[in-house]
Design a protein around this ligand. Structure first.
Ligand SMILES: [Zn+2]
Length: 307
Protein backbone atom coordinates (compact mmCIF):
# COMPACT_ATOMS: atom_id res chain seq x y z
CA UNK A 1 0.00 0.00 0.00
CA UNK A 2 1.21 3.48 -0.80
CA UNK A 3 1.05 5.16 2.62
CA UNK A 4 0.29 8.65 3.89
CA UNK A 5 3.16 10.68 5.33
CA UNK A 6 3.74 13.18 8.09
CA UNK A 7 6.88 14.38 9.89
CA UNK A 8 8.53 12.53 12.78
CA UNK A 9 9.14 15.42 15.18
CA UNK A 10 8.17 19.04 15.81
CA UNK A 11 10.27 21.66 14.04
CA UNK A 12 10.31 25.47 14.20
CA UNK A 13 11.35 28.50 12.15
CA UNK A 14 11.32 32.24 12.75
CA UNK A 15 11.27 34.88 10.03
CA UNK A 16 9.45 37.92 8.67
CA UNK A 17 6.42 38.16 6.39
CA UNK A 18 7.21 39.35 2.86
CA UNK A 19 4.31 41.81 2.75
CA UNK A 20 3.70 42.62 6.42
CA UNK A 21 7.36 42.78 7.46
CA UNK A 22 6.08 41.28 10.75
CA UNK A 23 8.10 38.79 12.80
CA UNK A 24 6.45 35.37 12.74
CA UNK A 25 7.08 32.00 14.36
CA UNK A 26 6.18 28.83 12.53
CA UNK A 27 5.86 25.44 14.26
CA UNK A 28 5.40 22.34 12.09
CA UNK A 29 3.89 19.37 13.94
CA UNK A 30 3.08 15.75 13.00
CA UNK A 31 -0.64 15.02 12.39
CA UNK A 32 -2.75 11.84 12.42
CA UNK A 33 -3.69 10.06 9.17
CA UNK A 34 -6.46 11.81 7.18
CA UNK A 35 -5.90 15.14 8.99
CA UNK A 36 -4.59 16.83 5.85
CA UNK A 37 -2.62 20.08 6.08
CA UNK A 38 -4.06 22.40 8.74
CA UNK A 39 -2.83 25.93 9.44
CA UNK A 40 -3.53 27.09 13.01
CA UNK A 41 -3.43 30.76 14.04
CA UNK A 42 -2.10 30.34 17.58
CA UNK A 43 -1.79 34.11 18.23
CA UNK A 44 -5.55 34.75 18.26
CA UNK A 45 -7.46 34.81 21.60
CA UNK A 46 -8.91 31.41 20.63
CA UNK A 47 -6.69 29.42 18.23
CA UNK A 48 -8.37 29.07 14.80
CA UNK A 49 -7.78 26.10 12.47
CA UNK A 50 -7.71 26.71 8.72
CA UNK A 51 -7.65 23.37 6.86
CA UNK A 52 -6.43 23.80 3.30
CA UNK A 53 -8.87 23.42 0.40
CA UNK A 54 -9.45 25.12 -2.95
CA UNK A 55 -12.42 26.93 -1.37
CA UNK A 56 -10.33 28.15 1.60
CA UNK A 57 -8.37 30.41 -0.78
CA UNK A 58 -9.79 33.90 -0.18
CA UNK A 59 -7.32 36.20 -1.95
CA UNK A 60 -4.73 35.67 -4.69
CA UNK A 61 -3.62 39.21 -5.54
CA UNK A 62 0.01 39.16 -4.37
CA UNK A 63 0.21 35.63 -3.00
CA UNK A 64 -2.15 32.82 -2.03
CA UNK A 65 -4.15 33.61 1.11
CA UNK A 66 -6.32 31.07 2.93
CA UNK A 67 -8.91 31.92 5.52
CA UNK A 68 -11.96 30.93 7.48
CA UNK A 69 -14.25 33.40 9.26
CA UNK A 70 -12.02 36.38 10.01
CA UNK A 71 -8.79 34.37 10.41
CA UNK A 72 -6.30 34.39 7.53
CA UNK A 73 -2.86 33.23 6.55
CA UNK A 74 -1.14 34.99 3.64
CA UNK A 75 1.63 33.72 1.36
CA UNK A 76 1.17 29.99 1.96
CA UNK A 77 2.43 28.88 -1.49
CA UNK A 78 6.17 28.34 -0.84
CA UNK A 79 5.58 26.29 2.31
CA UNK A 80 2.80 24.36 0.54
CA UNK A 81 5.20 23.72 -2.34
CA UNK A 82 7.78 22.19 0.02
CA UNK A 83 5.08 20.07 1.68
CA UNK A 84 3.94 18.82 -1.75
CA UNK A 85 7.51 18.33 -2.95
CA UNK A 86 8.23 16.02 -0.01
CA UNK A 87 4.93 14.16 -0.45
CA UNK A 88 3.53 14.99 3.01
CA UNK A 89 -0.19 14.36 3.54
CA UNK A 90 -0.72 15.36 7.16
CA UNK A 91 0.75 18.31 9.05
CA UNK A 92 -0.16 21.05 11.52
CA UNK A 93 1.30 24.45 10.75
CA UNK A 94 1.06 26.64 13.86
CA UNK A 95 1.67 30.28 13.05
CA UNK A 96 1.86 33.41 15.25
CA UNK A 97 0.89 36.03 12.63
CA UNK A 98 -1.16 36.29 9.46
CA UNK A 99 1.69 35.64 7.02
CA UNK A 100 4.08 32.70 6.48
CA UNK A 101 7.72 33.87 6.84
CA UNK A 102 9.41 34.47 3.49
CA UNK A 103 12.82 33.14 4.67
CA UNK A 104 15.05 33.19 1.56
CA UNK A 105 12.19 33.67 -0.95
CA UNK A 106 12.25 30.04 -2.14
CA UNK A 107 11.03 26.78 -0.59
CA UNK A 108 14.54 25.42 0.15
CA UNK A 109 14.47 26.42 3.84
CA UNK A 110 11.09 24.74 4.33
CA UNK A 111 12.37 21.58 2.62
CA UNK A 112 15.39 21.60 4.93
CA UNK A 113 13.19 22.06 8.03
CA UNK A 114 10.82 19.24 7.03
CA UNK A 115 13.64 16.89 6.08
CA UNK A 116 15.40 17.61 9.39
CA UNK A 117 12.19 16.66 11.22
CA UNK A 118 12.21 13.35 9.33
CA UNK A 119 9.46 11.80 7.21
CA UNK A 120 7.17 9.23 8.89
CA UNK A 121 5.03 6.70 7.01
CA UNK A 122 1.50 6.24 8.39
CA UNK A 123 -0.94 3.33 8.44
CA UNK A 124 -3.44 4.75 5.96
CA UNK A 125 -3.59 4.74 2.16
CA UNK A 126 -2.32 7.85 0.42
CA UNK A 127 -5.20 9.31 -1.61
CA UNK A 128 -4.72 11.14 -4.88
CA UNK A 129 -7.03 13.21 -7.07
CA UNK A 130 -6.72 11.70 -10.54
CA UNK A 131 -7.71 13.94 -13.44
CA UNK A 132 -9.70 11.86 -15.95
CA UNK A 133 -10.30 14.40 -18.72
CA UNK A 134 -8.88 17.79 -19.74
CA UNK A 135 -9.98 20.90 -17.84
CA UNK A 136 -8.86 24.39 -18.83
CA UNK A 137 -9.31 27.98 -17.70
CA UNK A 138 -8.47 30.88 -20.01
CA UNK A 139 -8.54 34.64 -19.81
CA UNK A 140 -7.84 37.61 -22.14
CA UNK A 141 -6.58 37.69 -25.72
CA UNK A 142 -3.37 38.54 -27.60
CA UNK A 143 -0.94 40.32 -25.27
CA UNK A 144 -3.19 39.61 -22.29
CA UNK A 145 -3.86 35.93 -22.97
CA UNK A 146 -3.23 33.54 -20.10
CA UNK A 147 -4.38 30.01 -19.50
CA UNK A 148 -3.86 26.94 -17.32
CA UNK A 149 -4.86 23.36 -18.02
CA UNK A 150 -4.99 19.85 -16.55
CA UNK A 151 -4.77 16.72 -18.65
CA UNK A 152 -4.80 13.08 -17.55
CA UNK A 153 -1.35 11.73 -16.65
CA UNK A 154 -0.16 8.81 -14.49
CA UNK A 155 2.06 10.98 -12.30
CA UNK A 156 2.38 14.71 -11.76
CA UNK A 157 4.18 16.93 -14.22
CA UNK A 158 4.14 20.65 -14.87
CA UNK A 159 5.00 22.85 -17.81
CA UNK A 160 5.05 26.60 -17.26
CA UNK A 161 5.76 29.35 -19.75
CA UNK A 162 6.31 32.95 -18.70
CA UNK A 163 6.45 35.91 -21.04
CA UNK A 164 8.31 38.86 -19.54
CA UNK A 165 9.65 41.47 -21.91
CA UNK A 166 12.64 42.26 -19.72
CA UNK A 167 16.31 41.97 -20.72
CA UNK A 168 17.26 39.97 -17.61
CA UNK A 169 14.40 37.50 -18.04
CA UNK A 170 14.52 37.33 -21.85
CA UNK A 171 18.02 35.93 -21.75
CA UNK A 172 16.91 33.03 -19.51
CA UNK A 173 14.67 30.06 -20.27
CA UNK A 174 11.07 31.22 -20.18
CA UNK A 175 9.62 27.74 -20.33
CA UNK A 176 10.29 24.99 -17.78
CA UNK A 177 9.03 21.42 -17.56
CA UNK A 178 9.23 19.41 -14.38
CA UNK A 179 8.08 15.85 -13.68
CA UNK A 180 7.67 14.97 -10.01
CA UNK A 181 8.39 11.32 -10.76
CA UNK A 182 11.49 11.70 -12.91
CA UNK A 183 13.12 14.94 -11.71
CA UNK A 184 14.27 16.09 -8.30
CA UNK A 185 12.17 18.76 -6.53
CA UNK A 186 14.76 19.61 -3.88
CA UNK A 187 17.58 19.96 -6.37
CA UNK A 188 15.77 21.36 -9.43
CA UNK A 189 12.96 23.57 -8.12
CA UNK A 190 13.13 24.31 -4.37
CA UNK A 191 15.93 26.89 -4.57
CA UNK A 192 14.19 29.17 -7.12
CA UNK A 193 13.41 32.53 -5.51
CA UNK A 194 10.50 34.87 -5.94
CA UNK A 195 11.28 37.91 -8.09
CA UNK A 196 10.21 41.51 -8.47
CA UNK A 197 11.03 44.83 -10.09
CA UNK A 198 12.27 47.90 -8.19
CA UNK A 199 9.53 50.10 -9.65
CA UNK A 200 6.85 47.67 -8.38
CA UNK A 201 8.56 47.40 -4.99
CA UNK A 202 8.24 51.17 -4.52
CA UNK A 203 4.57 51.06 -5.50
CA UNK A 204 3.90 48.06 -3.23
CA UNK A 205 5.61 49.72 -0.26
CA UNK A 206 3.48 52.84 -0.70
CA UNK A 207 0.50 50.49 -0.27
CA UNK A 208 2.00 48.87 2.83
CA UNK A 209 3.10 45.73 0.95
CA UNK A 210 6.48 44.05 0.37
CA UNK A 211 7.64 45.61 3.65
CA UNK A 212 9.74 42.53 4.48
CA UNK A 213 11.11 42.16 0.93
CA UNK A 214 14.70 42.75 -0.14
CA UNK A 215 17.74 41.34 -1.86
CA UNK A 216 18.12 38.57 0.72
CA UNK A 217 14.69 37.07 -0.06
CA UNK A 218 13.96 37.91 -3.70
CA UNK A 219 15.55 38.42 -7.09
CA UNK A 220 15.21 42.16 -7.62
CA UNK A 221 15.54 43.78 -11.06
CA UNK A 222 15.65 47.35 -12.27
CA UNK A 223 14.68 48.12 -15.89
CA UNK A 224 17.79 46.38 -17.25
CA UNK A 225 19.36 43.86 -14.93
CA UNK A 226 19.33 41.67 -11.83
CA UNK A 227 20.54 43.70 -8.84
CA UNK A 228 21.49 40.76 -6.56
CA UNK A 229 25.28 40.64 -6.44
CA UNK A 230 25.33 36.82 -6.51
CA UNK A 231 23.18 36.64 -9.65
CA UNK A 232 20.81 33.74 -10.28
CA UNK A 233 20.71 30.30 -8.62
CA UNK A 234 19.48 28.60 -11.82
CA UNK A 235 19.80 29.87 -15.40
CA UNK A 236 16.01 29.71 -15.66
CA UNK A 237 15.23 30.67 -12.05
CA UNK A 238 12.24 32.89 -12.99
CA UNK A 239 10.25 30.17 -14.77
CA UNK A 240 11.32 27.63 -12.14
CA UNK A 241 9.89 29.82 -9.41
CA UNK A 242 6.56 29.83 -11.26
CA UNK A 243 6.66 26.01 -11.19
CA UNK A 244 7.46 26.15 -7.46
CA UNK A 245 4.47 28.48 -6.91
CA UNK A 246 2.17 26.29 -9.04
CA UNK A 247 3.12 23.14 -7.06
CA UNK A 248 2.18 25.00 -3.85
CA UNK A 249 -1.00 26.59 -5.23
CA UNK A 250 -2.24 23.30 -6.68
CA UNK A 251 -1.59 21.33 -3.48
CA UNK A 252 -4.17 23.59 -1.80
CA UNK A 253 -6.71 21.17 -3.31
CA UNK A 254 -5.77 18.98 -0.33
CA UNK A 255 -4.49 15.85 -2.05
CA UNK A 256 -1.68 15.17 -4.50
CA UNK A 257 -2.84 15.44 -8.10
CA UNK A 258 -2.28 12.85 -10.80
CA UNK A 259 -2.30 15.13 -13.83
CA UNK A 260 -0.24 17.01 -16.36
CA UNK A 261 -0.50 20.74 -15.62
CA UNK A 262 0.48 23.26 -18.25
CA UNK A 263 0.20 27.02 -18.05
CA UNK A 264 0.97 30.20 -19.95
CA UNK A 265 1.39 33.34 -17.82
CA UNK A 266 -0.75 31.87 -15.07
CA UNK A 267 -0.51 33.00 -11.47
CA UNK A 268 -1.98 32.35 -8.02
CA UNK A 269 -5.47 33.47 -9.10
CA UNK A 270 -5.66 31.36 -12.22
CA UNK A 271 -4.15 28.32 -10.47
CA UNK A 272 -6.98 28.51 -7.94
CA UNK A 273 -9.58 29.00 -10.70
CA UNK A 274 -8.28 25.84 -12.34
CA UNK A 275 -8.73 23.85 -9.10
CA UNK A 276 -12.27 25.17 -8.72
CA UNK A 277 -13.08 24.40 -12.37
CA UNK A 278 -11.83 20.84 -11.86
CA UNK A 279 -13.83 20.30 -8.65
CA UNK A 280 -16.97 21.76 -10.31
CA UNK A 281 -16.87 18.92 -12.85
CA UNK A 282 -17.18 15.70 -10.83
CA UNK A 283 -16.82 13.60 -13.99
CA UNK A 284 -13.34 15.09 -14.62
CA UNK A 285 -11.66 13.53 -11.56
CA UNK A 286 -11.73 10.69 -9.07
CA UNK A 287 -10.03 9.86 -5.77
CA UNK A 288 -7.66 6.89 -6.00
CA UNK A 289 -5.18 5.03 -3.81
CA UNK A 290 -2.70 2.28 -4.63
CA UNK A 291 -2.64 -1.14 -2.94
CA UNK A 292 0.66 -1.99 -4.51
CA UNK A 293 3.61 0.33 -4.95
CA UNK A 294 4.12 -1.15 -8.40
CA UNK A 295 0.85 0.41 -9.61
CA UNK A 296 1.77 3.81 -8.20
CA UNK A 297 3.21 6.45 -10.50
CA UNK A 298 6.97 6.54 -10.71
CA UNK A 299 8.60 8.53 -7.92
CA UNK A 300 5.65 8.50 -5.54
CA UNK A 301 6.46 5.22 -3.80
CA UNK A 302 10.06 6.08 -2.92
CA UNK A 303 10.92 7.79 0.35
CA UNK A 304 10.57 11.56 0.08
CA UNK A 305 14.30 12.12 0.44
CA UNK A 306 14.75 10.74 -3.07
CA UNK A 307 13.18 13.96 -4.39
ZN1 LIG B 1 6.36 32.58 -5.16
Amino acid sequence: MLQQRTIKTITRAVGVGLHSGQRVELTLRPAQPDTGIVFRRVDLPEPVDIPISAEAVTDTRMASTIGTGGAKVHTVEHLMSAIAGLGLDNLYVDITAEEVPILDGSSASFVFLLQSAGIALQKAPKRFIRVTRPVEVREGEGQNLKWARFEPYHGFKLRFEIDFAHPAVDSTGQCVEFDMGADNYTRDIARARTFGFTKDVEMLRSHGLALGGGLDNAIVMDDYKVLNSDGLRYDDEFAKHKILDAIGDLYLIGKPLLAAYSAFRSGHGMNNQLLRALLAQPDAWEVVSFDSERQAPRGFAQPALAW
